[in-house]
Design a protein around this ligand. Structure first.
Ligand SMILES: [Zn+2]
Length: 243
C-alpha cells in the first residue's frame, strides 16, 4: 500500500518538470517557426548569403522575417543583388512589409519586382548551394539566368479545393514561381518541357527540386498537382510541404 502511494508521488514529481520542459520546447520551436526570435537572441549565427553548406537554415532564415535593417545587411555581396522597396500596408490580406527588388541571386540573373526578405534569402541559398554545383557537375557550366512567372499576386491558393478560401503566400510577396534556367553555355532548361525528360535536363530539374526543401517551407513541383505542371512554387509561409 505504502509503496503504491510512494510510486504515485514519484510519478507526479517527474510528470510536472517533464510537462514544463515539453511546453518550453514547443514554445521555442513555435517562436522560431513564426519568425519571432530576434537575430540577436538566436543561438545560431546570422545566415550568410555567401557561404555554402550552412546548417540550421530554417530558423536562421526565419530571424530575417521582420528585421529590415538585418535584411539590408545580409542581402548583399557578390552572389546577390537586392534593393529594399517601400512597404505596401496589408489590405484584405494582400500587401508586403519587408520586401526587395532582386536582379541577381546565387550568382544568376533573375528579374523580381517584389519578394520578401526571407524568401529572397532562401532563393539565393538554394541557387548557390544546390542549383549552381549541380549544373556545373551535370553540364560543365553554371546557371546564368533563372526565369520566374512572378512573385506578388493578390489572390487565394489555387489548385487545391481544401485551401481555396485561404490567401496564397503570393498575396504577401512571400512566394516565387520558378519556370526555367539558362546556362552560361547556352543550354535552356524549362520545367514545362523537361520535367519528365529521361535525359540530363529532367534529372537536373528533379534533383534541384528535391534539394529546394531545405531552403523553403513549401516547395511544390509538377508532381504535386496539375496547377504546377510548368513551375516550382517556393514559399516561406507557416505550412510545410515538400512535393
Ligand atoms: Zn506559386
Amino acid at each position: 500500500m505504502g509503496r503504491g502511494v510512494d510510486l504515485m508521488r514519484k510519478r507526479r514529481s517527474i510528470a510536472l518538470p517533464f510537462f514544463l520542459t515539453v511546453l518550453i520546447a514547443a514554445a521555442t520551436i513555435a517562436a522560431f517557426w513564426f519568425g519571432r526570435v530576434p537575430n540577436a537572441l538566436s543561438p545560431f549565427p546570422t545566415i550568410s548569403m555567401q557561404k555554402q553548406g550552412q546548417w540550421f537554415i530554417d530558423p536562421r532564415l526565419a530571424t530575417l522575417r521582420t528585421d529590415r535593417a538585418l535584411c539590408n545587411r545580409v542581402l548583399s555581396g557578390p552572389h546577390i543583388q537586392a534593393s529594399p522597396i517601400a512597404p505596401r500596408p496589408e489590405k484584405k490580406g494582400c500587401g508586403w512589409s519587408n520586401a526587395f527588388r532582386v536582379s541577381k541571386a546565387g550568382g544568376a540573373s533573375i528579374s523580381i519586382r517584389h519578394l520578401s526578405c526571407e524568401t529572397t534569402a532562401g532563393l539565393n541559398l538554394w541557387i548557390l548551394d544546390a542549383v549552381q554545383p549541380i549544373s556545373q557537375k551535370m553540364f560543365g557550366s553554371p546557371v546564368s539566368a533563372v526565369q520566374n512567372f512572378g512573385t506578388y499576386d493578390c489572390r487565394n491558393i489555387v489548385g487545391n479545393p481544401m485551401w481555396k478560401g485561404l490567401r496564397s503566400q503570393h498575396a504577401s510577396a512571400n512566394a516565387i514561381d520558378i519556370s526555367g534556367f539558362k546556362l552560361a553555355n547556352g543550354t535552356k532548361i524549362s520545367v514545362s518541357k523537361h520535367w519528365n525528360d529521361k535525359g540530363p535536363k529532367g534529372r537536373f530539374l528533379r534533383h534541384i527540386h528535391r534539394k529546394s526543401c531545405r531552403y523553403f517551407r513549401v516547395s511544390l513541383g509538377p508532381n504535386f498537382n496539375p496547377a504546377h505542371h510548368d513551375h516550382f512554387h517556393f514559399d516561406r509561409g507557416l505550412f510545410w510541404t515538400c512535393k
